[in-house]
Design a protein around this ligand. Sequence first.
Ligand code: F3S
Length: 774
Amino acid sequence: SANPSSVAPSIAARTPPYAILLKRLSQVRRILPNRPLTLAEKILFSHLDNAEESLLEGTANGANIRGNATLKLKPDRVAMQDASAQMALLQFMSCGLPSTAVPASIHCDHMIVGEKGADTDLPNSIEGNKEVFDFLESAGKRYGIEFWPPGAGIIHQTVLENYAAPGLMMLGTDSHTPNAGGLGCIAIGVGGADAVDALVDAPWELKAPKIRGVRLEGALSGWASPKDVILHLAGKLTVRGGTGYIIEYSGPGVESLSATGMSTICNMGAEMGATTSIFPFTPSAHVPYLQATHRGSIAEQAAAIAASPGAHNLLVADVGAEYDDEVVINLSELEPHINGPFTPDLSTPLSLFKKTVQDNEWPETFGAGLIGSCTNSSYADMTRAESLVRQASAAGLKPKADFFITPGSEQIRATVSRDGTMETFEQAGGVVLANACGPCIGQWTRTDGVAKGENNAIFTSYNRNFPGRNDGNRKTMNFLASPELVTAMSYSGRTDFNPMTDSIPLPNGQEFKFEPPTGIDLPKAGFAIGNPDFQPSPPTPDASVPVAVDPSSSRLAVLEPFEPFPTGELADLRVLVRVQGQCTTDTISAAGPWLKYKGHLPNISENTLIGAVSADTGAVNSVTDMDGTTHTIPALGNQWKEANQPWLVVAEHNYGEGSAREHAALQPRYLGCRIVLAKSFARIHETNLKKQGVVPLTFANEADYDKLNGCDSISTEGLYDVLTSGGKGKINLVVTKHKGGEQFNIPVNFNMSPDQCGFILAGSALNLLAQRNK
Ligand code: F3S
């Protein structure tokens, strides 16, 4: 293996700016005297661009910060996975900067298919996605973004091993970015445009989250694992229980966990909708992990800060810090849990699972057990699973279900290979997949003959289990459990098997019963580096590197800046579609096969609003042009774009709910949408629209929705004044009916900050950034 110090990213660039953070924390103490802070607040507030403004404005002088304050944050670092990095980088490129303002990294993991095993799957996937990987690599080299090639590992594991550190604040373009909270950082999952804020040094805005405390008592033992903490909690809090919250862990039970165990718990906070999750700096866990991953100097600095007197202690919550609500879990009493199918919050303790399977008539057998992924591929996870495989192999057993292992990183793979764990798995018939997402994100070609639409079950140590997520079959029930439990159950192949109480009959007539798993947190011989080809590119920008975008590509297209707002009102916009009922970001920009066009705005725009029901026709994706001809929504949008006919969307409540998918704002904008007029908006999507230069307006009188139809002409009154005065004034829409020519006014409401008015006037937030950079 290569010498770690010569290939690993420089330690200085990976050390949080502790001196600055501590100085800012003192400033925060002056602004909020006598207020004990939670850990999450300390880290967030010490990353504020202007603490006074963020903490005192609109918060009754600091009394109601949570849920009210708009935090303008300056994160320390950005990480991007290959699928979402494409649009993030295309947007960054259009700002015209020579390098990123903060250190950043790209991780090729989502686009690698798992099928036969790493050796064949990896080259196949590289070939199939070559132009995207080439683009990401060249952009990385040009702008000084560390590029981790396909095979290097899954973003969250690589981040944990290299970049996460106590007190750091980072953004990642993936919802499980909070995984890094296991090492005491605030790590938040965002869309590409948000990542670009950090990459260009513009403050990134976050409504101050509420803080939910989870106090851990006791200690884990036997079959119970960190995964069971979060499976249990997800059952308790549900998939909505974390929305608007940061989950902050504390209590004596924390000491019984490893750093990677804490990361598993933080990873799946995303399943409850939490903004992020965080553990306090825990010397017994964090120091050895940082040392083992070649970051001893960060461990020393963090330990010194954590040992300093209360007011300067950035890395643990203040005594007396208040939580908006607190849950207590006694780890000593925690039993293993199994969550699913189809939702991560349907949680069943192992002792009740047999009966639950029977009551629900779930399949009694299952076809595959899959361990690893970003959630559960630590050394402890792998060695605990190995201890069970060794017991079973010694008894002459082989897994009944197909058994797959996904290492989270090359470092983990190389280490467990060196230490014999992989060999144990492979001798038992296990298939080692590439160090990538693979089956976790639907990149799984199943070879066990389960037909599409066939009811069946699988067990995984992953984090998500929505229908269709793993193999594209919406009938596949994915039961989430710890890697140990998945491993043991794979030997029985039955969903109603409880390895803590049940035995497996042996050919000789005897019975085999598992002993509880045992494992090792950190490899005694240190982590191996593995294949040097999987090391990242250096973080030095090189302006001579051309960014590889083939003009004839169907998957990548350089972004053209959107045109700025006209110097006056908008006139003669036409209603493209009046959407009836629910309109999620999936309705506006469908996923599935369209994902491969994420880096090609014109091509992915062909799916714009294809899931929308037109209130005029009552049909999905069917609208009428001014001449009475019928078209799909994107086809008419494209025609109007060609004809320079700007348009608007009319919609009902909670327009843009669902994920934060920025394509749902980019695509309509690309096709010529200037306004979305709705009864109400989902908050994140409303912000995304403004960032892309689209004006979100709401009906002052909801009944006016019924007065509009496709092709009606709309002009604005007052909009330009509102935009140029930073969001103050009144807006009225003048409607001219397409059929009959009748004219009337519609009063509308809006919610635009001075910054957001700037985005819209410039044409987009990016245009504004590009102007400022010039
Ligand atoms: Fe990848 Fe699945 Fe994690 S998609 S990042 S392994 S949640």
